[in-house]
Unconditional design. Sequence first.
Length: 406
Amino acid sequence: MDFDLIITNAQLRRKEGKFDIAIDKGVIKKIEKKIAGKAKKTIDAGGRLVTESFVNTHLHLCKVYTLQMLDSKALTSYHGSNMGAAMTAIELAARVKEHYDEKWIIKNVRKALKSAALYGNTHIRAFADVDSKAKLIGLKALLKARDEFKGIVDVQVVAFPQDGVVREPGTVDLIKKSMDLGADVVGGIPWIEYTDADSKKHVDEMCNIAKKYDTDVSMLVDDAGDAGLRTLEMLAVKMLEQGRIGRALAHHARAMALYPEPYFRKISALLKKAGMGVVSDPHTGPLHAKVKELLAEGNLVMLGQDDIADAYYPFGRNNMLEVAFLNVHLLWMTTFPEMETIYDMITVNPGKAINLKNFELKPGAPAHLVVLNEKSVYEAIWNHQPPLHVISHGKLIDKDAMQAAD
């Protein structure tokens, strides 16, 4: 056999006609109108759209399906119109960690990752709370699941100091222990500290750890309705000082919605200089980063799932087409070109943001692909169905295995 897999009659984005895609040893070998050669398996796409698979750069994976363990107070606080009570919401949501146990966390995590596989979401940057309450319980569950799902859904585990660093003495040591255990990314949430000085210390401590372990940084910045929050700026400046261009990702940045234009333009330029993208999740809170303005300025922007049935958001299926559908409306990106941009924000943009190598549909790139039910991006977002086929690392994902209960 010449190839492991050939997809025939595929519609590709922004291209006329139908194409064949040949895959071997996990890599896309050829994309041509007609490929001569035999394969161990052939899939007829039937004129349907074939694209890169989906990437979710923001998911609180240790908390999935925990909504029913709490009352609605955190949701009410977080979803207030001006998000002034966002810190209160985090404090209320922390109660779930009183019950943390790896046994039930790992079951929930497996369920979420199986759903991700079925919906073509092959790469996830996943946050695990690390603090005096959660300790390393959630982190260990995510590390275990990461190894179980390797080659199906690739998980980057973020050691995340959800309740602060200065506010939570001992958290710095827990983050270091997390990295020693094998966490992939250093997290942060500096805006939650009580003072600007403490916020800067939070940024410095976490970025220094990331530099020591040579890992990326993912921080939830300025996630409240306060135009005076400046932790996005702090993070970008710190990464520039360290010379670690392209190694940090900013999440939420909801206070950006309230920035005056001169300050927004300054931040946009600073982000580009630091090679730092922004993950926005407009469906999980009433304020969101200035997505359209960032895109217009040439910034790297992507969408994340953020939460699945937890204290901050009651829905979610790890279905990035569903996330795209919601945000087409919330961002008023309803024209066909804008929907193509939205699609980039759940595929190639997040691939760049979390430093996936050659995450594109081209010869020589790793074969992470979806064969959709529809023939266009417009129809795919409209219907947000599971793909007909999902290919991860050049291999078809076994749907039956993913649908089976634990």
